[in-house]
Design a protein around this ligand. Structure first.
Ligand code: ADP
Ligand code: MG
Length: 225
């Protein structure tokens, strides 16, 4: 039997109600992502990119349609199964880093490994190696507030990738960086995702960054084109 897609969406829909008015943000999104495939999700601000990533990341309810991850139907999972799947198989990178402010860079990358059973020593070594690959060997003991925006995002990338997730979800991962830093951090991110063999769905409104991925899909009026 061939591998199922890592992501399979059919008729994914989401409405929001605001001030008595219903906004149909997603109106039947269909998408398959193969294992290891890196897909750019393009669309202007407000087109529903973050909403779609939240659905695939099993972060929120309120969706209709089919969401399958690695052949498992999300609607048939219990809350604890969804949590386990997120922890074991997904990595997240957000526009703003969401690092833990009271922990240093290395600790931020150690914690997700300890959640999946690595020893502290093993996790520390692994974190140091990956942060060094990202050029942060001199920043291991800095807290997020002591890092530049680009450095913070590189730590966030390391945290998302450290457990070699099957799927990385990234929501405008370099959207708050200046163009030069964005280019550089984005290049490192894509290289790392490819090196790990992870699949990825990456929201961006930057066409040049999108062109560096395997495939581009565009959200338009609640559907992909
Ligand atoms: P994007 O990430 O592409 O900028 P979003 O997914 O954040 O778009 O938002 C898509 C639309 O859904 C926007 O019109 C936004 O205002 C609306 N929206 C998102 N989240 C909510 C919410 N929790 N309540 C009401 N409307 C929302
Ligand atoms: Mg968004």
């Amino acid at each position: 039997m061939s591998n199922p897609p890592i992501v399979r969406l059919r008729g994914l829909a989401r409405n929001f109600e605001q001030g008595g008015e219903v906004i149909e943000v997603l109106r039947g999104v269909d998408l398959d992502i193969a294992p290891g495939e890196i897909v750019a999700l393009l669309g202007p601000s407000g087109s529903g990119k973050s909403t779609m990533l939240q659905a695939v990341g099993l972060l929120e309810g309120g969706f209709s349609g089919v969401i399958e991850l690695a052949g498992h139907d999300a609607s048939k999972m219990s809350a604890s199964e969804r949590t386990r799947l997120r922890r074991d198989h997904l990595g997240f990178v957000y526009q703003f880093h969401h690092l833990l402010p009271d922990f240093n860079a290395q600790e931020n990358v150690i914690i997700p490994q300890m959640l999946v059973g690595k020893t502290r020593a093993e996790a520390a070594e692994h974190a140091r190696e990956l942060l060094t690959t990202l050029g942060l060997e001199h920043r291991l003991e800095h807290r997020p507030s002591q890092l530049s925006g680009g450095e913070q995002q590189r730590v966030a990338v390391a945290r998302a990738l450290i457990n070699s997730p099957k799927l990385v979800l990234a929501d405008e991962p370099t959207g708050n960086l200046d163009e030069t830093t964005s280019e550089k951090v984005f290049g490192q991110f894509i290289e790392l995702v490819r090196g790990k063999g992870s699949a990825a769905l990456v929201a961006t409104h930057n066409e040049a960054l999108a062109a560096r991925m395997d495939r581009v899909v565009r959200l338009h009026e609640g559907r992909l084109e």
